[in-house]
Unconditional design. Structure first.
Lengths: 265, 233
């Protein structure tokens, strides 16, 4: 097989798509892509620069791993602690704030843990655990999952038991699972707004400072991977933080509600 | 969630309205799988011929290797290929991860054992004297092989259809090494997974229709071809 694969690979590399046009591989989280934000703003960048943006929507954990392995040119992620670690390890370059939104806890209308209207998220999680009410976790090492684990720490609890379900899937899927199981879930507000008409869940907890969800853009350390598309990565990063794009982010709405608050300045 | 009937109706409307995104996804599926089959067939059939008609040391080891490869899950092929093609992997310099070429390589690997195993059976069943007669009449080995392949064309076509069915419907490998990038590596199966996770069931169903029609006709083709190859003998 190995011998036969080599000419085959060469043949594929020589095919036209690989060589010519300018491509930027952006690894980002499902929350920026599935909410429709990137579809709304990225075409402008492509028109202005002629660079095609290839969006790979994965969890933050996978996106960071892709950055570390040199499999993406640019990262747009939301996991401050993991991002700092990424930078400290010398994998990244030029980490900059882009925007933020917040996390909320949603749950069934019947609210078995009686947490609706709570503003102390740690207390709310304790009540869910005490009531053994179904809680659906992302369980995929994404930014949202990392946030959730921090919140359980803040609640001084290790969630375990048949009420705690780790889905291992994206945010939208988890909201659907929570809806089917009539359970609670932690979600970013963007995905929640995009889904709330498709599920019977209700927003139960919001507003706690600890639910803050900042997004950063990070380039890849050119000393580690010299031949990534660093030029396009920098211009995309600059463009994301330009006042024009920041205005577009501010005015992006789903069902009349804003999703993200720009934070470049 | 809307009723199944409404969603299905919307799905048909999407398909018939020539929705650009939807048809681009269908295009990616067809383009990559056709190229993969075109690459795999000329490599796999000669191997099937050699394994089916000659005797040499290690022949059975090779045959059981291909039979084992038949049941390797697509995600495992995807994972291996991901590690190979990642920039930090041994073939990282080719920069193929998250391209349609990577998907094609995966599909070639998935189609290969099916093509070998099924063509081997067809070659084995063929009358050995066709080959020998052709050779005696002065045909070159390549010419004789083509004559033989023509004799068992239905069996070989069945092998091609079965292999195509495997790669056009698989999701594990495509998702991992393709990355589900719209207009580049988003094919029918990965799009169905994504749209379902976004709650857009109608687009999922529309694509499901295409795949279902394709799978049904491929299956029918395989059965018809196999029956014909039996009658032919």
């Amino acid at each position: 097989m190995g011998l036969m694969l080599k000419p085959l690979l060469l043949l594929l590399v020589l095919s036209p798509l690989a060589a010519h046009a300018d491509f930027l591989k952006l690894a980002t989280t499902t929350s920026t892509y599935n909410s429709g934000l990137l579809d709304a703003i990225v075409p402008d960048f492509e028109r202005q620069t002629g660079t095609h943006v290839l969006i790979i929507a994965v969890g933050t954990g996978k996106a960071l791993r892709m950055g570390r392995d040199g499999d993406a040119d640019l990262l747009l992620v939301h996991a401050p602690e993991a991002e700092k670690e990424f930078m400290d390890n010398g994998y990244g370059n030029n980490r900059r704030a882009v925007m933020y939104n917040d996390f909320v806890i949603v749950g069934p209308a019947s609210d078995p843990a009686a947490i609706a209207g709570q503003t102390d998220v740690a207390h709310a999680l304790q009540k869910i655990a005490r009531a053994q009410a179904v809680f659906v976790s992302r369980g995929d090492d994404s930014g949202t999952h990392k946030k959730e684990r921090h919140l359980w720490l803040a609640a001084t609890l290790t969630p375990a038991g048949s009420w705690y379900r780790e889905a291992g899937q994206g945010m939208g899927k988890v909201l659907q699972i929570a809806d089917e199981l009539q359970g609670y879930a932690l979600t970013d507000r963007g995905t929640w707004l995009a889904y709330k008409n498709k599920v019977t869940l209700k927003l139960v907890v919001e507003g706690d400072q600890r639910l803050f969800n900042p997004y950063s853009v990070m380039q890849i350390n050119p000393e580690r991977f010299a031949d990534l598309n660093h030029t396009a990565a920098l211009s995309f990063s600059d463009w994301l933080r330009s006042s024009e794009t920041q205005q577009k982010i501010k005015h992006f709405r789903i069902n009349g509600e804003p999703l993200f608050i720009p934070s470049a300045n | 969630m809307e009723s199944l009937a409404t969603t299905t109706y919307q799905a048909l409307a999407l398909l018939l309205s020539g929705d650009r995104e939807l048809w681009a996804i269908i295009g990616v599926s067809f383009r990559t799988t056709m190229i993969a089959i075109l690459i795999a067939v000329p490599l796999a059939f000669p191997i099937g011929f050699i394994l089916g008609t000659t005797k040499f040391r290690g022949r059975w080891a090779l045959i059981s290797l291909f039979n084992t490869l038949l049941s390797v899950p697509t995600v495992v092929i995807g994972l291996l290929l991901y590690l190979l093609l990642s920039r930090s992997g041994p073939l990282g310099d080719l920069r193929l991860l998250f391209t349609d070429q990577a998907m094609i390589i995966g599909q070639v690997l998935l189609a290969f054992p099916v093509l070998v195993a099924m063509s081997l059976a067809a070659f084995k069943a063929a009358e050995r004297n066709i080959w020998e007669t052709a050779r005696t009449l002065g045909a070159s080995p390549v010419r004789a092989l083509l004559t033989l392949m023509h004799e068992i064309r239905y069996g070989l076509a069945a092998a091609g259809a079965a292999a195509y069915g495997r790669i056009v419907a698989e999701i594990g490998c495509s998702m991992m090494v393709g990355g589900n990038i719209l207009y580049h590596t988003r094919n029918i199966p990965t799009a169905i997974a994504l749209e379902t996770s976004k709650g857009n069931f109608s687009q999922g169903i529309a694509l499901g229709f295409v795949l279902l029609i394709l799978a049904t006709s491929l299956n029918a083709a395989v059965i018809t071809l196999q029956r014909r190859s039996e009658h032919h003998r």
